[in-house]
Ligand binder design. Structure first.
Ligand code: DX5
Ligand code: ZN
Length: 211
């Protein structure tokens, strides 16, 4: 299983060292929250700009009007930008996916924990380079995994979706095998990984990748 550590629970006083401790990971997951779409604030472009990333980075935009943030995260060299279907609706989502792709980036669509994957129509499936299925309600790290995401993943595969499916929220080493078996490719891991010291993080990243 690929792993994308979420730095939401990182120590931002020593952010470069925190990022460096994750260099083995497949990509770094940036949770961007605006206090509007979700009732929490995280970090933005200004905090990330001085940081050197050796991994691919992806932006998970939990914000209203996500298009306002595309330039910022493009300029930060994000490879993947994902936004939520719940706050754009289907038709705007299609335009925004194309906008991201026209920049030469991968475009992802996110589905919140309490939203049905049926909200994604076939055109959105064919446009999305990635689907990020949340297994918690967007907004906070450290929540309990919603196992309904397993069925959602299987349903998307049954509909013929072949690009990457990423699962985000409450993932740990005990539930990741089920995600893989359901058809997911990549796990976002926040608190389960980040509460550990650097040495243990390296071992855990290897453990996820071995599944
Ligand atoms: C929640 C975020 C997640 C979260 C993951 O809104 O999108 O990426 O930080 O953290 P854990 O793994 O602790 O659920
Ligand atoms: Zn996330």
């Amino acid at each position: 299983m690929k792993i994308a550590p979420s730095i939401l629970d990182a120590n931002f006083c020593t952010l470069q060292a925190e990022i460096d401790s994750l260099s083995m990971a497949d990509r770094i997951h940036l949770d961007i929250m605006d206090g509007q779409y979700v009732p929490n604030l995280s970090f933005g472009h200004a905090v990330l700009k001085p940081i050197k990333f050796s991994n691919q980075i992806e932006a998970h935009l939990m914000v209203n009007n996500p298009e306002n943030f595309f330039d910022m995260f493009h300029n930060l060299n994000c490879s993947i930008i994902s936004f939520h279907i719940e706050n754009t609706g289907r038709e705007k989502a299609k335009l925004l996916l194309k906008n991201i792709q026209q920049r030469g980036l991968k475009a992802g669509i996110c589905v919140d924990g309490y939203t049905s994957e049926d909200f994604l129509d076939d055109e959105i499936l064919s446009l999305s380079d990635q689907i990020l299925l949340m297994s918690v309600k967007a907004g906070f790290g450290g929540q309990t995994f919603m196992k309904s995401v397993l069925e959602k993943t299987k349903n998307l595969r049954a509909r013929g979706y072949r690009n990457e499916i990423e699962i985000d929220g409450g993932v740990n080493i005990n539930n990741v095998k089920k995600l893989k078996d359901a058809g997911a490719d990549i796990a976002v891991v926040g608190s389960f990984l980040m509460k550990n010291d650097f040495e243990k993080r390296t071992q855990l990243i290897k453990d996820f990748q071995a599944i």
